[in-house]
Design a protein around this ligand. Structure first.
Ligand code: PLP
Length: 506
């Protein structure tokens, strides 16, 4: 699939593309979590959403100020403080990215050290550059069954904390992009035992708190792998000091909104606020903040009902999907089941092919990596979305019995060979030599870049995790992985249209 252009309109403008896409009536298994205007209409917020253009104001009299909130904005923050049970909740309008950077800058002094999972989001790497902070990498395990980065183990965190006593804080993503969580309670214990701070990038898990809030009221299921559903606990309830939630990814606020939660008294909120005002626009969008307010109200008013519906839909889907021949679903001890990770390689469909087949049926997933296609469910998905996904998968499984799918030349690649694929985790497990960030740089062809030191991050997108960081030496394997990604039509930030990158001067 040519990922640069929509299948129908080549050379369209952005507006035309958005209008056309909206008219498709497509099923969204990608961000944002609200999945479109219908969600707001169904839940009594249709009129408010229509009026967002009128609400696009600035800091006029009475409108408060995001960077010194005392009235209306402060009250929305307080709604989140109640919902997440935090000491302080900050509204973010530059995504979790801004919250992550501010959290790091408030936790690690300039020139200090940060213990970080190597598969962290690029915002963590940006914080290193901005704060002159040195990383100490934690290498997550790789789950060989799926070729994706697995959990970060508390014992590995403890070992690094002991060998790097100067490190001020630990950061990791939980859930990661695929929904795999880490044991935050155990990691928090090890971190706090040594007097350090724990920051959890929960960008993909803003909803976990609400499943946990209603766990007592929802039907109890023993175990996700045995047909039931169990949601991991949110980091807020497990002892993390700072937790950053992209409410836009799975809940109902608009893209770019997020919430930064302060959960302990170990945090210097003045430093945090200073960082936030540096990193966010000085003209924060009132319509975006309004959607954070709607999201908080919806969760307070209808949280139980919405979570119950979402959970029942997932339960229904997982139960039915278990009967589809050739479909396997990623499972695990600490999985967030709201991320549906599909693998139909046994039917001759690698991830790219499966994604194309779903898109042909107007079902748009979030992420493809090797054999895995990740469908990101959200608060706004309807039962009919899950039914359509299930019907498409059942049809593909049936068709694969005939020669139709197996005869596709690309199918030869599938069947497990692309597992452990790049940008899913396996490539992040490879330790690249760090040679220092080059002072002078030149543009070179990626094909000839093995052995050269990278001057800028190379970031496959999604998932937005740098495969190579500035100062790291490229290997033959990493170069060929990057070339394969570009040849598959994927975006790699840092590799330009002519397949060139910036490297240290030879
Ligand atoms: C693990 C992780 N953390 C943080 C972010 C940044 O979140 P936002 O898009 O809200 O800035 C992302 C974005 O996809 C992500 O995948």
């Amino acid at each position: 699939m040519d990922r640069k252009e929509s299948p129908t309109g080549r050379g369209q403008s952005l507006g035309a593309f958005l209008a056309e896409h909206a008219s498709l009536g497509a099923v969204s298994f990608h961000m944002p979590g609200h999945k479109g205007a219908d969600f707001f209409v169904r839940n009594g917020y249709g009129e408010k959403i229509k009026r967002l253009a009128e609400w696009d104001i600035t800091e006029i009299f009475g409108a408060d100020n995001l960077f010194q909130p005392e009235s209306v904005i402060r009250r929305t923050m307080q709604k989140y403080e109640r919902l997440y049970e935090t000491r302080r909740s900050y509204l973010l309008i530059n995504g979790s990215s801004a919250g992550i950077i501010a959290s790091i800058l408030a936790s690690v002094r300039r020139g200090g050290r940060l213990i970080m999972a190597r598969n962290c989001h690029k915002s963590v790497f940006n914080a290193l550059s901005l704060g002159g902070i040195e990383p100490v990498y934690l290498r997550p395990q790789v789950d060989d069954r799926y070729g994706v980065a697995a959990e970060v183990r508390a014992c590995d965190v403890a070992a690094l904390l002991d060998s790097e006593p100067q490190a001020a804080a630990v950061i990791l993503a939980s859930p990661n992009y695929y929904g795999i969580c880490s044991d935050i309670a155990a990691i928090a214990r090890e971190t706090h035992k040594r007097g350090k701070l724990l920051i959890v990038d929960q960008a993909h898990g803003a909803h976990l708190k609400f499943f946990a809030n209603h766990a007592a009221a929802l039907p109890r299921d023993p175990d996700h792998t045995k047909g039931g559903l169990r949601f991991p606990l949110p980091a807020e309830a497990q002892g993390a000091d700072l937790v950053i939630n992209s409410t836009h990814k799975t809940l109902a606020s608009f893209t770019q909104t997020a919430v930064l939660n302060v959960c302990s008294d170990r945090i210097d909120c003045t430093l945090l606020e200073d960082g936030l005002q540096m990193l966010q626009s000085s003209s924060p969008s009132y319509p975006l903040m309004a959607t954070l307010d709607f999201n908080a109200d919806l969760l307070a008013e209808k949280g139980l009902e919405l979570m119950e519906q979402w959970r029942n839909d997932l339960l229904w889907f997982y139960e039915k999907a278990a009967n589809i021949r050739g479909l396997s679903l990623m499972k695990g001890r600490l999985m967030d089941p709201s991320k549906i990770n599909l693998d139909m390689s046994a039917c001759g469909l690698d991830g790219d092919r499966l994604e194309r087949e779903l898109i042909k049926r107007r079902i748009f997933p979030e992420l493809v990596s090797g054999d895995i296609v990740m469908c990101m469910t959200g608060i706004g998905n309807t039962s009919s979305d899950y039914e359509k996904l299930l019907a498409a998968l059942a049809e593909l499984s049936e068709r694969s019995k005939t020669a139709e799918i197996a005869s596709d030349p690309r199918a030869a690649k599938a069947g497990g060979k692309t597992r452990a694929s790049l940008c899913a985790g396996a490539d992040y497990a490879v330790q690249l030599e760090f040679c220092g960030i080059p002072k002078e740089r030149e543009r070179i062809s990626l094909e000839q870049a093995a052995g050269r030191v990278c001057a800028m991050s190379l970031i496959p997108y999604p998932p937005g995790i740098p495969l190579v960081c500035p100062g790291e030496r490229l290997t033959e394997k990493t170069v060929s992985s990057l070339l394969a990604l570009r040849q598959a039509g994927r975006k790699v930030i840092g590799v330009d249209e002519e397949l060139c990158i910036w490297a240290g001067k030879a």
